[in-house]
Design a protein around this ligand. Structure first.
Ligand SMILES: [Zn+2]
Length: 257
């Protein structure tokens, strides 16, 4: 009989402890929400290749590059991969190790719960006569509009701006030579009016000189007066934080592969 009571006491005690822990876990989850726990993220693999991961862990990879441009070809895992244009330094889908859906067309798509829109633009200032067409992709990442400009070669027209729509986070080429240069990039930033800008396709220590010499990111930073410059390995964000943010942030992602 005594033994029975003891067991019951142990059971009751562990029940109290479990309920208490559940309560604490719920409280912790709430606290995270209130302090703006970061959910989605953007990482840079070099050049125009980024991995954008939403809250659920669904991954979008942009413009994967091949061996030979200087950056190490990363081990990429994607659910979705987009290609802005069919040049060798942007379309190496073979670098992706997982099963994925490739998106390289214009129009609106809903893949794995992510809304994607492709807008037609050009790789030069002459309607594609020099380097062909380019697709600007926008992704709805948990209510935050992320836009990757590919190898954009010109300022945007009214129709293109309308098609692209509202942009919260803008990933923009700034190196010139093959794309818009730092000055034009700053103008395109003004056109799209995002809260966060992430530069790409610029000269680094790693990008091969055989590729041609692009402008360094510093030249773009100089154009961006009034923007708060931050350097990060991974840019993490969520909708409430982006909405609440008063700062205009220029996020330079580190290449440390
Ligand atoms: Zn390129």
């Amino acid at each position: 009989m005594k033994k029975g009571i003891k067991r019951w006491k142990v059971f009751f005690l562990s029940l109290v402890v479990s309920i208490g822990m559940m309560g604490m876990a719920a409280f912790a989850a709430d606290a995270n929400k209130n302090t703006g726990k970061k959910h989605a993220s953007i990482e840079w693999s070099g050049h125009s290749c980024f991995t954008i991961t939403n809250e659920k862990g669904t991954k979008v990879v942009t413009d994967p590059f091949p061996d030979g441009i200087g950056y190490k070809v990363p081990e990429l895992y994607a659910d979705i991969a987009t290609v802005s244009h069919d040049h060798f330094d942007h379309n190496n889908l073979a670098a992706i190790k997982s099963n994925f859906t490739a998106v390289r067309e214009r129009g609106q798509f809903n893949v794995d719960g992510i809304k994607i829109k492709g807008t037609k633009t050009y790789h030069d200032t002459e309607l594609g006569a020099l380097r062909g067409e380019n697709t600007v992709y926008t992704y709805d990442i948990d209510g935050v509009n992320v836009c990757h400009l590919g190898d954009l070669g010109h300022e945007l027209t009214k129709d293109q701006l309308k098609s692209i729509g509202k942009v919260d986070i803008l990933i923009i080429p700034v190196g010139g030579l093959y794309t818009i240069d730092p000055e034009v990039a700053a103008k395109v930033v003004n056109q799209l009016d995002p809260k966060v800008v992430i530069p790409m396709h610029y000269q680094t220590e790693v990008l091969s000189p055989d590729f041609g010499t692009l402008s360094k990111v510093d030249s773009f930073v100089e154009q961006m007066k009034g923007w708060k410059v931050v350097k990060e390995d991974t840019f993490s964000f969520n909708q409430s934080e982006i909405k609440a943010s008063k700062d205009k942030q220029l996020v330079i992602l580190n290449y440390n592969k």
